[in-house]
Design a protein around this ligand. Structure first.
Ligand code: ADP
Ligand code: MG
Length: 799
C-alpha cells in the first residue's frame, strides 16, 4: 500500500477545523481512516525509527474516539508535525542524494514485485539502472505524414487506426510467418507487413498473442521506409507502436511527442519500460551532477538531470541532441579522466631518470652520418618528441603510430642509441621471430660501423650462444638485444636496462609488456605500431600514453596500383605475375585465415600452393608459408624468398606484420572481402618497398554491395589513417581492433564513429582538469565517481 499524502493531510486539517469531533466521512470515521492508513505496511523508504513511530501512531488512533478533547487535539497536532517532518526528510533524501539511485525498483510506488521481476530481465536492478537505461531509438510522432502523401523511398511515420489484422504461416514455406496490419488515416489506408522467419513463429499461440497486441480500432503509429508492394504502398519492416487502445492509460506520454524505443526482451513490453522510466523520473527529483560548472559552461553542456529526462522523453529534437551530447560527453570524460589520472599516477610512481644526456660527437650523430637517406620531417618531429621524453626526468611512455613503410625502425634506432650512449642497456621486442630477425639484420647493418654490438634472442637461440647472451646482458657487456617473448623469460636479466621498445605493441598482452618493463630500472617505454587506428580508438585505448604519429612516407614511393579483380580476371592477373617475375621481381599470394576454421584454411593454402606450382607456374619456384610451420621452417621459407630463390610466396596472413622484401612487386590477395581494410592495407604494405611500380590485386567473387564499397576504398587511398577511419565506419570498433583487443569500454550512448567532436572536448576538458588538480581534491563528487569508475576500468596500457 502506498501513502497518499494529500488525503492524509487533508483529513488531519479537516478534523482540526471541525473541532476534533472524529468526523464521519463518506465511508468511515476520521479515526478509522487513520488507524487503517497507519496500521498498514509503512512505506518502504522509512527508516527503522520512523517505522516504529508510524505504527505507534496507528495504535493510538485506535482509541481516538475515547480520548478527551485535549488529548485528541494533541495527537492530531503531533501527527501533523511528524508527517510534515517525515515528508521533508523524505523529499530531501530524494533530492541530490546518490543513494536513491541504489534503491531497488520496488521502491517506486507503481512498481510491484511482478513488474520489478520483468525489468530485472533487462538487467535492471535499481532506480539508477532504470534511469540509465537509455532508449535505443525514437519514433517521432510529432511529425507524421498522411498516408496519401507517402512517397516511395521516403522515411516516414504514419498514425492511423487498425482496421484489420492477421497473422499466418505461409502455406508454401513453414519457415515464413507473415503479419498483416491494415491501417487507415483520414487520407487513405495501407497494409503493413512484418515477416518472421523461423519455425517458432508458426505456433498458433504466438500468432494469436501478436494479433492481440493490435486490437481493431486501436491507434498505432508506424515508421519505416515507403516501399511499393503488390498491395499498393507499404513500409519496409516498419516499427509499429500502439498509441492508444482501450486499456492504455499513459496516453499523455506519447501523443505529439518523440517516443523512446527501448531495447526489450521476451515478455517485457515497451509500455512497461516507458511507464517505469516515467515513474522513476517523477520520483527522483534530481541526481548528482559532479561535472565542474566551468566545464559545463564552457562547452554549453546542459545539466545531467535535465539530460537524463530529455533522453527518455525529449520535448524536441533539439533537446534530444543536447541531452545526448551531454551524456556522451560524460561517458568520454570519465574515461579520459581515468586514463589521464592513471598516466599522472604512473609518472608520480616512477620517478624516471633523465636517461639521455646529449653529447658532442655522439652515437646518434654518427648514425645520422651513416644513414643513406634524409629523415622525413615526420620522422624528425617524432624523434624530437622521444628524445625530449628521454631527456626529462619524467618516465617515457610513448606510442609511435606510423603507417607501413613510414620508417619507424630508424626512429627506434635513434632512441636505442640515445639510451646506449648515455650508459644504459636497451631492448627491442617484436611479436614474431621473423620480425625480430629482420630488425636484428637491420641493426647489425646500421650499428656495426658504430661499433655497437647487438644480439638476437629468440626461442630458437639455444645452448652456448644463449648462455653467452644471458651472461653479457646480466653483466652489462651487451648494450643492445633484439628478441621475441624470449626476452621476458625469468632467466633473462639486465645489468642496467633503461629503454624498452615494443614493436607491434598491440600484439602483446599487458602482462608481457609489463614483464619486460620490470626487467629494467623503471625504463623508458616506447611502443610502436604499424596499424594506424582512428583517433577515437587511439584516445579510448591509449589515452594514458603519449602518442606520436609518423604521418608521412619517405619521398619517392610510387603509389601501389590497386585493383579489385574477380575470378574472371585470373588470366590477366597471372599474366601480370608472369611479366613481373620475368623482370626479376617477386609475388605474394595471400589467403585468408579465419581462426574458427583454421584447418580448412590451412588446407586451402596448401592446395593453392600445389595448384600454382604444378598447374599455373610450373616454371617458377613457389614457396608456402603458414602459421603451422615450425619457426625454423618459417624462417627458412622467408629467407629463401628474401634471397630471391623463390619467385612466388603463397602465404596465410603471417606475412602481414613487417616482412620486408624490396623486390616483391605484386600482392595478390584471395577472398579479399574476408579481410578488414586495415589488414588489407598492412598486406599491401609488403610490396612497394623498392622503387619499382608495384601492384596489389584484390580478388573477390563477392557481389555484395558492401564488400565492393569497402574494397573500392583500397583502390582510392594509400593513407593508412584514412583507411582505418573507413574501416571503422564499415565494420565498427570491435571488428577493427580484432578479438585480441576487446579492451574497449562499453559505452551506453557514445559512438566511436560518430562522436569524435565530443570526444575531443571531453579529452581537452579532462586534460585541463588533471593538469590543474590531478587528484581532484577540489571536486569531491567527481573524485568519488572517478574512483568507482577506475575500479571497473580494465586493460591498462602499461604497469
Ligand atoms: P616501417 O615503419 O613499416 O617499420 P621501416 O622502418 O621498415 O618501415 O622502413 C621502410 C623502408 O624505408 C626501410 O627500407 C627503410 O630503410 C626506409 N626508410 C626509412 N626512412 C626513410 C627515409 N627518410 N627516406 C628513405 N627511406 C627511408
Ligand atoms: Mg616496422
Amino acid at each position: 500500500m502506498t501513502l497518499d499524502w494529500q488525503r492524509l493531510q487533508k483529513a488531519l486539517s479537516l478534523e482540526a477545523e471541525t473541532g476534533f469531533t472524529d468526523l464521519h466521512g463518506k465511508q468511515q470515521r476520521f479515526s478509522q481512516f487513520l488507524t487503517h492508513t497507519l496500521s498498514g505496511d509503512p512505506p518502504p523508504e522509512l527508516t527503522e525509527g520512523q517505522r516504529q513511530k508510524w505504527q505507534e501512531l496507528g495504535c493510538r488512533y485506535g482509541e481516538y474516539g475515547q480520548l478527551p478533547l485535549g488529548e485528541r487535539q494533541h495527537l492530531v497536532a503531533e501527527t501533523r508535525r511528524w508527517l510534515q517532518q517525515l515528508r521533508q526528510s523524505w523529499e530531501a533524501s530524494s533530492l541530490p542524494k546518490a543513494e536513491v539511485l541504489d534503491r531497488p525498483l520496488e521502491f517506486l510506488k507503481g512498481i510491484g514485485p511482478r513488474t520489478a521481476a520483468q525489468l530485472r530481465k533487462l538487467g535492471l536492478q535499481t532506480l539508477g539502472d532504470l534511469l540509465h537505461y537509455f532508449p535505443r531509438d525514437y519514433v517521432n510522432y510529432s511529425q507524421q505524414t498522411l498516408i496519401r502523401h507517402a512517397q516511395v523511398g521516403d522515411s516516414i511515420t504514419i498514425v492511423g487506426t487498425v482496421k484489420s489484422v492477421s497473422c499466418f504461416t505461409s502455406p508454401n514455406n513453414k519457415n515464413l510467418t507473415i503479419f498483416n496490419l491494415r491501417v487507415a488515416d483520414a487520407s487513405g489506408w495501407m497494409i503493413l507487413n512484418r515477416f518472421f522467419a523461423g519455425k517458432p513463429f508458426n505456433s498458433k499461440g504466438w500468432q494469436e498473442n501478436l494479433i492481440r497486441q493490435y486490437p481493431r480500432g486501436a491507434t498505432v503509429a508506424a515508421s519505416g521506409i515507403v516501399k511499393k508492394s503488390r498491395q499498393g504502398i507499404t513500409l519496409d519492416n516498419p516499427q509499429i507502436e500502439v498509441l492508444e487502445s482501450a486499456d492504455s492509460d499513459i496516453r499523455s506520454l506519447k501523443i505529439g511527442k518523440v517516443l523512446p524505443l527501448y531495447p526489450l526482451t521476451e515478455g517485457v513490453t515497451a509500455d512497461l519500460v516507458r511507464k517505469s522510466v516515467h515513474l522513476a523520473l517523477d520520483h527522483v527529483q534530481a541526481i548528482p551532477d559532479p561535472l565542474p560548472a566551468e566545464i559545463k559552461q564552457h562547452h554549453q553542456l546542459p545539466d545531467r538531470w535535465w539530460a537524463i529526462q530529455q533522453i527518455h522523453f525529449p520535448d524536441s529534437g533539439v533537446n534530444l541532441q543536447a541531452a545526448r551530447r551531454r551524456l556522451v560527453f560524460d561517458e568520454f570524460f570519465l574515461l579520459q579522466l581515468g586514463l589521464l589520472h592513471r598516466r599522472w599516477h604512473y609518472q608520480q610512481r616512477h620517478k624516471g631518470t633523465a636517461r639521455f644526456v646529449p653529447q658532442q660527437g655522439s652515437l646518434v650523430a654518427a648514425f645520422y652520418q651513416h644513414l643513406p637517406f634524409q629523415l622525413t620531417a615526420a620522422q624528425q618531429r617524432v624523434i624530437g618528441e622521444i628524445l625530449a621524453d628521454m631527456q626529462s626526468p619524467r618516465p617515457m611512455n610513448r606510442l609511435v603510430q606510423g603507417d607501413v613503410g613510414s620508417g619507424k625502425t630508424v626512429v627506434a634506432v635513434v632512441a636505442l642509441l640515445a639510451a646506449i650512449e648515455s650508459g644504459w642497456q636497451a631492448a627491442l621486442m617484436a611479436p614474431t621471430e621473423v620480425l625480430a630477425e629482420q630488425h636484428y639484420r637491420k641493426l647489425v647493418e646500421w650499428l656495426t660501423p658504430l661499433q655497437v654490438p647487438v644480439e638476437l634472442l629468440t626461442g630458437s637461440v639455444t645452448g652456448k650462444k644463449r648462455q653467452e647472451i644471458l651472461r653479457q646482458l646480466a653483466t652489462g657487456e651487451l648494450p643492445l638485444v633484439v628478441g621475441t617473448h624470449a626476452l621476458i623469460q625469468p632467466t633473462v636479466t639486465f645489468q642496467r636496462l633503461g629503454l624498452v621498445i615494443i614493436d607491434e605493441q598491440h600484439r602483446f598482452g599487458v602482462g608481457q609488456r609489463t614483464a619486460l618493463f620490470h626487467k629494467g630500472e623503471q625504463p623508458d617505454v616506447l611502443s610502436m605500431t604499424a596499424t594506424p587506428i582512428p583517433r577515437t580508438l587511439t584516445l579510448t585505448l591509449h589515452g594514458d600514453l603519449d602518442v606520436s604519429q609518423i604521418d608521412q612516407l619517405p619521398p619517392g614511393r610510387k603509389p601501389i596500383r590497386t585493383t579489385v579483380v574477380s575470378p574472371r580476371d585470373r588470366p590477366q592477373v597471372y599474366a601480370l605475375m608472369e611479366r613481373e617475375i620475368a623482370q626479376g621481381r617477386q609475388v605474394y599470394v595471400v589467403l585468408p585465415l579465419v581462426e574458427e576454421s583454421e584447418k580448412t584454411d590451412l588446407k586451402s593454402a596448401i592446395e593453392e600452393h600445389e595448384r600454382l606450382q604444378t598447374k599455373v607456374f610450373p616454371h617458377f619456384r613457389v614457396g608456402l608459408l603458414h602459421g603451422r610451420l615450425p619457426p625454423a621452417a618459417k624462417e627458412e621459407v622467408i629467407q629463401a624468398f628474401r634471397q630471391g630463390s623463390l619467385d612466388i610466396l603463397v602465404a596465410t596472413t603471417v606475412v602481414e606484420v613487417g616482412v620486408d622484401v624490396p623486390k616483391a612487386s605484386v600482392m595478390l590477395i584471395e577472398h579479399a572481402e574476408r579481410f578488414g581494410l586495415s589488414q588489407l592495407h598492412q598486406l599491401r604494405g609488403r610490396v612497394g618497398r623498392g622503387s619499382d611500380q608495384s601492384y596489389c590485386l584484390l580478388m573477390t567473387a563477392s557481389r555484395s554491395e558492401d564488400a565492393r564499397q569497402r574494397l573500392n576504398v583500397m583502390e582510392q587511398s594509400q593513407d593508412g589513417f584514412f583507411i582505418a577511419e573507413m574501416d571503422l565506419r564499415f565494420r565498427g570498433p570491435g571488428e577493427v581492433l580484432g578479438t585480441r583487443q576487446s579492451g574497449l569500454p562499453d559505452f551506453a550512448l557514445a559512438s566511436l564513429v560518430e562522436d569524435q567532436d565530443v570526444l575531443d572536448i571531453a579529452r581537452q576538458s579532462a586534460e585541463d582538469l588533471i593538469h590543474r588538480d590531478p587528484e581532484l581534491w577540489g571536486y569531491p563528487e567527481l573524485r568519488q565517481q572517478l574512483q568507482e569508475y577506475v575500479r571497473k576500468l580494465s586493460g591498462a596500457s602499461l604497469v
